[in-house]
Design a protein around this ligand. Structure first.
Ligand SMILES: [Zn+2]
Ligand SMILES: [Zn+2]
Length: 813
């Protein structure tokens, strides 16, 4: 094994023997000066447990069983289903626990048989191989699980091998899609569109098999004609060319679509690369939003020539608005390389001229996991890509920089991390911090430190046993902004004995302090609360515990609001006030967040779309509060209805009630500010897209009057905008009418419209139209409601309806 470590690349640092670092860890000695970097005090990490631990019903299965999506859902591959845990930063819940909404993707009912020929032919051949006189054929055939997914004498292959989340913005609601690979090689794409049930949008294994069948299992006309299926080697070849090993999504890219009138239109698309057993890679291109088979725009197969491929990942490098892409592929024998991916249709997209070898030795250290993070090199002053690969108990890293001289590659191994092989690796995309874990409950945090030309890693041990007691670990995943680490655990040894039963749990620990989270939120370049749910959840936890907003955060936020005025900071303020309001609740938090039987009933009765998907019972204290809200039709924005102090506690209520009223007043003021800002945006769209005589269907006059009605509100941009619009509209008013009695619906309230006969309609908070139907959409936190787009809506109204919630940034669906 050590031979591998001496063969590092030209820029390699000298790796230290593992024991040296290990001892500095446990004994608290200073690491030897020229040893691999040990933990320095600057990087001391304190992890804290977050409740609740989520119990899994089935054993975890597959490779890297845990994945955390950009929209804050954690998928866990198990032997019967994929458990999906959605982290909700609930502003209506006073409980200090994480609020987790559980759903699950059931495994298909039927085994998957890869299509290697016509039904009759395949049945004939199988019979022939099973009864072959040649034991190398009959035994190989009988024992191969790809050929025999149902098993017969062998236990059935069930459960999931791997899952991969698409970037956010891919499904019809603008959220993430889940690519799921079963143990028996069925690769499907799943979506959760109604919050409860997952639906399969497409079966890629089936489509790919059909395509191969139609082209007689050849990729080009020049290829030699196919062999006969009766030949066992050919039978094996046709299986291995379509048995997926892993799959990974690219980032969202833009493609040009030519319309009927020869006009070009930019369309979002995403790529899914699927690595097969024989080393081939299928690159699927999907149009967004992905809806199913009709969204497939192409599928190209790349022959990598890599034997025993084990893992792949996208390499995406951006430099001067030019995007470079390729696929990083690792092999079970050791090598790692980047392959070019040619896709003509993708705008501004470039690839390599030839493959780049990152590690060439066949040193039998299997590549288990690969991650690639884009970073900025502060000394070389250019963007660079950090590629990390888990190989045995080591981390291989590679830094790629593109300069005028061409592509620079620096590589090395980090040793002394684990005494057992790495079972799982995850990376924080914001800063390149890598976490590795071995099965003995030890997690390493690796922090990249830039040097003049390349980088080095500082690393330190996170002993989960300090937090959870003795545990075995099966997988880890870091949250998108690096606030939390999710870990799959089972009981470890107690008094030298293995546990009798294995209880699989997903547990959470914090990786950042509240101060770090707050600072990151204040300096955020994303400016979207929903995308930073993990960070705001840490802030929520702190405020609920302390029952006040820390002074430094309050002051820093007020400064930001004053200096930039960006609505993001107003939304952040609204969030803090709402949590502060919850923290003032007199009711014991348990009473509100523990699920009651009624809650579960509401959930079942009120969700017509719910089938057997939820095959795993609701966890106590995780989701009921959040779910039960869906069944309620009152205005969820009004916090008075269920959150004022409860009776039963007579003494000293008045100061608290006053305080609550004060916070509520502030909440309303911030909501009003955000509403006005959004109204200005809507009016701006109306002005841009309409002409005098056109009926906009948006209550324009009502919006203008509403904005002008408050004398205290003096906003120059609003006045100028309203002036322009008034000129355009002349004296026309375009009032809305009640669909029940045809009376005029006046615009007096931003939340609802009431006609003179007392019919009440809620207002869509994205367009301020009255929602005259009983079906509408809500944001994830149920702040408000929005209507569904209809085919008659002009494009600009459809775009407005795609906006996130103006109060919390979450998608509306
Ligand atoms: Zn009416
Ligand atoms: Zn919202």
């Amino acid at each position: 094994m050590n031979t591998a470590l001496t063969r590092v690349g030209p820029a390699a640092e000298r790796p230290a023997p593992p024991e040296e670092v290990e001892s500095s860890e446990t004994g608290g000695k200073e690491p030897a000066a020229d040893a691999a970097p040990g933990p320095s005090t600057a990087f001391r990490l304190l992890v804290t447990r977050r409740e609740p631990a989520v119990r899994l019903q089935y054993a975890v299965s597959g490779l890297e069983p845990l994945a955390w999506s950009e929209d804050h859902r954690v998928s866990v591959s198990t032997a019967r289903s994929i458990a999906v845990l959605e982290l909700i930063c609930d502003v209506h819940n006073p409980g200090q626990d994480l609020v987790i909404h559980r759903t699950s993707v059931p495994a298909p009912l039927h085994s998957c048989f890869l299509k290697v020929g016509s039904k009759r032919e395949v049945a004939e051949c199988k019979q022939r191989f099973a009864t072959s006189e040649d034991p190398t054929v009959s035994q190989t055939f009988m024992l191969d699980r790809v050929f025999n997914p149902e098993g017969k004498a062998l236990p059935p292959l069930r459960g999931f091998k791997y899952t991969s989340w698409s970037p956010v913005g891919c499904d019809a609601n603008g959220r993430c899609l889940l690519a799921a690979l079963t143990m028996d090689n069925r690769l499907t794409i799943q979506a959760n569109l109604n919050r409860l049930q997952w639906v399969q949008l497409v079966d890629l294994t089936e489509i790919y098999g059909e395509r191969l069948y139609e082209t007689s299992y050849r990729f080009s006309r020049n290829e030699a004609p196919e062999g006969s299926l009766r030949d066992f080697a050919e039978f094996q070849r046709r299986h291995s060319m379509q048995a997926p090993v892993r799959m990974e999504w690219s980032g969202i890219c833009t493609t040009q679509q030519v319309k009927h009138n020869n006009e070009c239109r930019d369309v979002g698309s995403v790529l899914l690369a699927v690595l097969f057993e024989n080393g081939n890679i299928a690159v699927w291109q999907f149009q967004l939003p992905f809806a199913g088979k009709e969204s497939i725009s192409s599928c190209n197969t790349i022959e990598s020539g890599i034997s025993s491929p084990s893992v792949l990942f996208w390499w995406e490098y951006e430099h001067n608005n030019r995007k470079m892409s390729g696929l990083i592929v690792g092999s079970a024998f050791g090598p790692v390389k980047i392959l070019p991916v040619n896709l003509k249709a993708v705008k501004g997209y470039f690839t390599l001229r030839q493959p780049v070898v990152l590690w060439k030795e066949m040193d039998q250290l299997p590549v288990h996991s690969i991650k690639c993070v884009p970073l900025y090199h502060p000394y070389q002053k250019c963007s660079c890509s950090l590629v990390v690969a888990a190989r045995g108990s080591y981390v291989f890293w590679c830094l790629l920089l593109i300069s005028k001289a061409g592509l620079n590659v620096h590589n090395s191994h980090v040793t002394g991390l684990h005494s057992l092989p790495i079972v799982s690796m995850t990376a924080d995309k914001q800063n390149g911090t890598v976490y590795t874990c071995s099965s003995d409950g030890k997690v390493r945090q690796l922090i990249p430190i830039f040097t003049d030309v390349a980088l080095k890693f500082e690393h330190q041990l996170i002993k989960l046993s300090d937090v959870f007691g003795s545990v075995r670990t099966h997988g880890i995943a870091v949250s998108p902004c690096g606030a939390y680490l999710a870990v799959i655990t089972t009981e470890g040894m107690v008094n030298g004995l293995h546990p009798v039963n294995k209880n699989y749990q997903v547990q959470f620990v914090t990786l950042k302090t509240f101060e770090e989270a707050a600072a990151q939120l204040l300096e955020s370049s994303v400016q979207n609360l929903f995308k930073q749910v993990d960070l705001i959840d840490l802030v929520r936890w702190k405020i609920l515990k302390d029952k006040h907003i820390p002074q430094f955060l309050h002051e820093a936020l007020e400064k930001k609001i004053e200096s930039s005025g960006a609505t993001y900071y107003w939304r952040f303020k609204l969030f803090l006030l709402r949590i502060l309001y919850q923290s003032m609740q007199k009711t014991p938090s348990e009473a509100l967040c523990k699920p009651t039987h009624e809650d579960s009933k509401i959930l079942l009765v009120d969700s017509p779309g719910m089938g057997n998907a939820e095959d795993e019972q609701q966890e106590e204290g995780t989701s009921s509060k959040q779910i039960s809200k869906q069944g309620k039709d009152g205005d969820p924005e009004d916090p008075t209805e269920d959150s004022l102090p409860q009776s039963g506690d007579t003494g000293g209520r008045e100061p608290m009630e006053e305080k609550l009223l004060e916070i509520q007043g502030k909440i309303e003021a911030v909501e009003m500010h955000l509403t006005r800002e959004h109204m200005k945006r809507v009016l701006g769209e109306v002005y841009l897209h309409t002409w005098i005589t056109e009926n906009t269907s948006i209550p324009t006059r009502g919006l203008c009057n509403f904005l002008m009605s408050d004398e205290e509100y003096d906003d120059r941009t609003a006045r100028v905008l309203i002036g322009h619009i008034s000129k355009k509209m002349n004296k026309q008013t375009f009032p809305e009418h009640c669909s029940l009695c045809k009376e005029i619906l006046p615009f007096t309230d931003r939340k609802q419209a009431v006609c003179s006969n007392g019919h009440i309609w809620l207002r869509c908070f994205l367009t301020y139209q009255s929602c005259q139907s009983l079906i509408y959409r809500r944001c994830l936190l149920h702040d408000s409601i929005a209507r569904h787009p209809i085919p008659e809506d002009p494009d600009w109204i459809k775009r407005l309806l795609q906006s996130p919630c103006p109060f919390c940034d979450s998608p509306v669906f």
